[in-house]
Each structure stands twice: as C-alpha cells, then as structure tokens.
Design a protein around this ligand. Structure first.
Ligand code: 6PG
Length: 257
C-alpha cells in the first residue's frame, strides 16, 4: 500500500459527474480506448482488470460496438478481473460470464489473454493460482507487485468495492495480491484483488451510477475516514484515482474535488 494510502491521505483524485448512466458509460468506454492506446504505445501491451456487477454492462456494450471497438488494438491486451463470485463460469452470477456476453465475445482478444478467476474451484486455491498467473503474465520479479494500467471497479450501496466488503478479513491483507474473502453479509465467499494490488495500479477508475449509491458515496468521498465500514476508502492508488459518476450517485456530494 502506498504512503498516502497508509496514511489515509487522499491520492490524486479526480471526480467527474455526468448527466446520466449512459454518459458515464461513454466516459468509461472512452477511458479504455485512451489508456489502451497509451499503454500499447509505451510498453506494447495494455493490462486491464474488469469490474463485476451490473454497472459495467453499459460501457462494455459501447466498447464492443463501432466506433470505439475499431479504435482498440485487441491483440495486445491482457484482461483480468478485479473480483469474482465463487460460481462456475457459466453461472448467471459470474463476472466472467457478464464480461464475455457484453464485451469479450464481440472483440478479437486472443483467448490465452483472457485470465478468468476460477470461481468453480476452492476459493483459497483459486486465489493463489490467480496470483501466480498474474505474476507470470506481468513477469514480475519475486516480491515485486504487478502494476495494472487500469483497474475498473464499482461500489456497492454499502461502500464495498471489488469484493472488499465492510468488516471482512480481506480488508487487512497486505501481503497478498489476490485472496479468498468470506462475506458473512452474503453467506458466500468471493475472490478479490487486495488493496496491495489495487493500490499499485497506474489508474483505478470507479464507475458508479444510481441513486442507491449516493449515501455511501458521500461517506466514502466526504465522510470521516472509516475504511472498515466503507472499504472503497482503502483504494488510494500510487497513480491516479478516478470516479466516473452519474448525477444520481453524486447527488449527496457537497463538493466535487
Ligand atoms: C461484484 C463487483 C462489485 C460491484 C458492486 C457494484 O462482483 O459484485 O465487483 O464490487 O462492482 O457491487 O455492483 P453493481 O454494478 O451491480 O451496482
């Protein structure tokens, strides 16, 4: 975790508010195009982690269609997920299935560059295997943390992000990149990036829409620091932190900083 995150001081945070969910999704999709081109120009490959839940459906669909689809070099992208439910890849709750149906089946990414979390396996084993796969794909040295060009994430009405839910064990894990996290609120386990991995990213982009997110978002962005209750406060990347919001989700913010 970087110094600012450890100290609780905000990193370089940008909050952009759009009129509605569609405009927010357009911004999220255009961000993908821009960051992919930048990463591919600099290092020849774009490392991105997709978010789960339902919010990404809209911007995935925009990315999967012209003109944005045609502006991406899909052959030089490594795709990961920031978290996954502990279900098979064909289960309706699978974040992998959602991304496949809304984006990946419509674009020419080589299958070996799509790295899904194996939700059908034992959570701890799947988390450990995913961490190994991450390290292999990024070719990081022992002890080095992979740096994503872009991690997309969402936020629940309870202030969780990735599968870092309030008062759960994964919130305090700093010596791993990916862990299994039992979530009593769901009576289920999840597989999730830790803050160590997320906070090493060049950019973490929250995409948050809808009135049901407004109370938690106001607490996360403007309330007292209480990261065990509002885990989204733990996300303070070494690079940039971006919130892409619609007006409904931003309705209780008093200032946009
Ligand atoms: C998940 C997500 C989770 C999600 C939020 C928001 O697996 O559920 O990763 O963190 O981003 O719960 O979900 P919605 O987009 O459905 O509101």
């Amino acid at each position: 975790m970087n110094a600012s995150a450890a100290s609780g001081a905000p990193t370089h945070r940008v909050v952009r508010v759009f009129p509605d969910a569609r405009a927010t999704a357009q911004a999220a999709a255009e961000l993908f195009v821009a960051r992919a081109a930048d990463a591919q120009a600099r290092r020849g490959v774009f490392h991105v982690a997709l978010s789960g839940g339902s919010t990404p459906r809209l911007f995935h669909a925009m990315l999967a269609a012209s003109p944005l689809r045609d502006q991406v070099d899909w052959s030089r992208i490594q795709v990961f997920w920031g978290d996954e439910r502990c279900v098979p890849p064909d289960h309706p709750d699978s974040n992998y299935l959602m991304a496949r149906e809304t984006l990946l089946d419509a674009v020419p990414i080589p299958p070996e560059r799509i790295h899904r979390m194996r939700g059908e396996e034992d959570p701890a084993s799947a988390a450990s295997a995913y961490e190994d796969e991450l390290r292999a794909v990024f070719a990081t040295a022992p002890g080095e943390t992979p740096r994503f060009d872009l991690i997309y994430t969402g936020m629940g009405p309870d202030g969780h992000t990735l599968s870092l839910f309030p008062h759960t064990a994964a919130l305090s894990v700093t010596d791993r990149l990916v862990v299994a996290n039992y979530v009593p609120q769901l009576n289920a386990s999840r597989i999730t990036f830790t803050t160590t991995l997320a906070n090493h990213a060049a950019l973490v982009a929250f995409v948050v829409t809808g009135a049901d997110k407004a109370p938690a978002l106001a607490q996360v962005l403007e309330g007292p620091r209480d990261p065990r209750r509002y885990p989204s406060q733990l996300i303070a990347p070494a690079g940039e932190l971006l919130f892409l919001l619609d007006q409904l989700a931003a309705a209780q913010l008093t200032h946009i900083a």
